[in-house]
Design a protein around this ligand. Sequence first.
Ligand code: ZN
Length: 129
Amino acid sequence: MTEAEAVGKQLESTDQAPDGYWRDQLQSALDSSIDELAAIESDLTATRALRGNGGDDDEHDPDGIPLSSALQLLEGQKVRTLNQIRLAASALEDLAQGRHGICKKCLQRIPSQRLEIKPTTGTCVKCAR
Ligand SMILES: [Zn+2]
């Protein structure tokens, strides 16, 4: 490869990140969401066990948040994390089909700055609003 070709290739890759780059980003987003889900699940199990042991005295515990609120928080986190897992999985699917980085609503290319921040996004900033 000549030097000019090498430079040209570099320019190309900064303009449009190769699929392998996004595959890594999405895979690590997916992996960390799965880890997060496992942590939330074990917190949920522990909190439910506490509650099952008659530890549910929402009215009488002035310290910390009541178990029912803790459970609600965890359930909320679980829903969000499951959603992240779905997003990452579908973004990986899109990548395999060559559709990653294309807005699902207006079919325009999503700016790479947005993808850098949120690799799993399926919409451009305008359509996400
Ligand atoms: Zn759009």
